[in-house]
Design a protein around this ligand. Structure first.
Ligand SMILES: Nc1ncnc2c1ncn2[C@@H]1O[C@H](COP(=O)(O)OP(=O)(O)OP(=O)(O)O)[C@@H](O)[C@H]1O
Ligand SMILES: [Mg+2]
Length: 238
């Protein structure tokens, strides 16, 4: 994982509908390796749906999502889970943390799919990421964390295995401006050639992205490439 340049992520003719209503209609989308893409647009415009299609969580009614040799949209469930485990870090809009576990155990959770016990180096990396994000690593059950701390725990978990693709759904939505800036800087500093697609309304995140794609009513209405802003503070390498 994390070795060499990842391939282009290419979506073609993607359509998703629920109850006969089309909520996503994307004829073509190519995300270049290592690119930093913000996906924005009004509530209900299909951002989460598109992110889940790119992650292989949601199979579109039509179309393909190709990553290297793999059409993610056509994988069986177990192959899709395996592909995701090996290649994708995901930050869900609702975090999907387990409240009864400590933050560090939530962060090491992905490692338990491949290892009977979590290797010590991954445990240390999890603790390091939580330190970088200012989350108390062992002291509390995740249930006791603030919403912002939960969000940062979810981001740390997505970064644990140094995925080739990071897909994040509103990763700064619960954070104040300083925390949003710090999390964005750490997230982007951790990229190291990874492809990132971040659903966001946050100008702090958007100004750091190279490409801004805007969805409305399930369609791409603008797609702009620009020079991203530099980090405002020294970047902490996780
Ligand atoms: N499982 C589902 N069943 C029916 N409708 C759905 C389902 N999932 C999403 N939708 C609908 O599809 C549309 C797009 O939803 P989506 O969650 O992708 O929007 P979004 O842009 O992420 O919005 P937000 O900014 O509020 O998170 C919405 O109208 C939503 O109600
Ligand atoms: Mg959403």
């Amino acid at each position: 994982m994390g070795e060499g340049a990842p391939p282009v992520l290419t979506g073609r003719d993607i359509a998703v509908s629920f109850a006969g209503k089309t909520i996503l209609d994307v004829p073509a989308l190519a995300v270049q390796p290592g690119d930093l893409v913000a996906l924005t647009g009004p509530s209900g415009s299909g951002k989460t749906t598109l992110l889940h299609v790119l992650a292989g969580i949601l199979r579109p009614d039509r179309g393909s999502v190709v990553w290297g040799e793999t059409d993610i949209a056509r994988l069986r469930q177990s192959a899709s889970d395996d592909w995701r485990y090996r290649n994708v870090g995901l930050v869900f809009q609702e975090f999907h943390l387990i409240d009864q576990l400590s933050p560090v155990h939530n962060v090491t959770l992905p490692a338990t799919f491949a290892h009977f016990t979590v290797p010590p180096e991954l445990h240390r990396r999890a603790q390091g990421l939580l330190d970088d994000f200012g989350v108390p690593a062992d002291a509390h059950l995740t249930r006791t964390l603030s919403r912002g701390e939960r969000q940062r725990t979810a981001i740390a978990r997505a970064l644990l295995l140094e995925p080739s693709i990071l897909l994040a759904d509103e990763p700064t939505a619960s954070l104040d401006e300083d925390s949003a800036r710090q999390v964005t800087d750490t997230l982007i500093a951790s990229a190291r050639g990874q492809t990132m697609v971040i659903v966001t309304h946050d100008p702090i995140v958007m100004e750091r992205c190279r490409r801004i794609i805007r969805l409305e009513h399930g369609r791409i209405v603008s797609d702009d490439v620009r020079e991203p802003a530099k980090p405002s503070v020294a970047e902490a390498a996780p």
